[in-house]
Design a protein around this ligand. Structure first.
Ligand code: C5P
Length: 241
């Protein structure tokens, strides 16, 4: 574990943000995705800064691929404490490893994918506020396109869009519940790339907060080019949504 920032202080207070950056970025194929630069800064640096700029967030735990810990610690935005750890083989494992770094006295954890560097600090605050009504709260978008169910290359049906949402991160959770469902899921062999899905599986309520189109996930080389455009020309964010 590599640490940056003012030391442990009162880590039990406030909210801890887990920033997930331990993916290998196989679909882009230029090494770990979060360490690619857009507009001269790494995706991870931008994502960490957004999480740290949320006033409710008191410290960050950042999961990176093994061997990248020191580089990530060097990108810590300050002044909040950032603990960098080696993640797991899957996103789910990375969350579980990160949870082990968080003291049991911390009441709220926000999980955020570094691959979504344009999440606004206010979106972190909104999902945290959503916990007033549920054990989990996610940001999500209504789909803009018509949704088809397809089999063997032919349309089977058109899925009514009412009530459909595309889940994003950040996602906020009561820390005790997130820990409990992750441990149960690991023991039961249940796999998911979405933390909220594990709460649903365990029967917990998850509040939905309106997400932002600009908070898209960088997955393909095209996404990387779009992200670069957004960093270089912030005004493009509005016109491209
Ligand atoms: O691959 P994908 O972009 O869907 O991954 C979502 C997020 O989970 C990314 O930010 C990635 O770095 C992170 N991840 C992780 N540990 C893994 C795999 C993915 O932290 N083993």
């Amino acid at each position: 574990m590599t640490r940056a920032g003012p030391g442990s202080g009162d880590r039990a207070a406030g909210v801890v943000a887990i920033v997930l950056a331990a993916g290998e970025g196989e679909r882009i194929g230029q090494g770990p995705k979060a360490f690619l630069e857009i507009g001269g800064r790494t995706i991870l640096e931008i994502a960490m800064q957004a999480a740290a700029a949320c006033p409710e967030v008191s410290s960050l735990v950042v999961a990176v691929p093994e061997g990248f810990e020191a580089r990530a610690a060097g990108m810590a935005p300050g002044p909040k404490e950032v603990r960098v750890i080696a993640g797991g083989r899957s996103r789910q494992e990375s969350v579980l490893v990160a949870l082990q770094e968080i003291p049991p006295t911390v009441e709220v954890v926000v999980c955020h994918d570094a691959a979504r560097p344009f999440a606004a600090p206010e979106l972190f605050s909104s999902v945290i506020a959503g916990l007033a009504e549920a054990e989990g709260a996610i940001s999500a978008l209504a789909p803009a396109d018509t949704v088809k169910r397809v089999g063997d290359g032919f349309v089977e049906s058109t899925v009514p869009r009412d009530g459909l949402r595309l889940a994003q991160t950040p996602q906020a959770f009561v820390a005790r519940v997130l820990r409990e469902v992750h441990l149960r899921a690991a023991a039961a062999g249940v796999r998911s790339t979405d933390d909220a899905e594990l709460l649903e599986w365990a029967g917990h309520r998850v509040r939905v907060i309106a997400g932002e189109p600009v908070n898209f996930k960088i997955t393909s080389p095209d996404d990387l080019a779009r992200a670069e455009l957004y960093v270089l020309y912030p005004g493009a964010r509005a016109t491209h949504e």
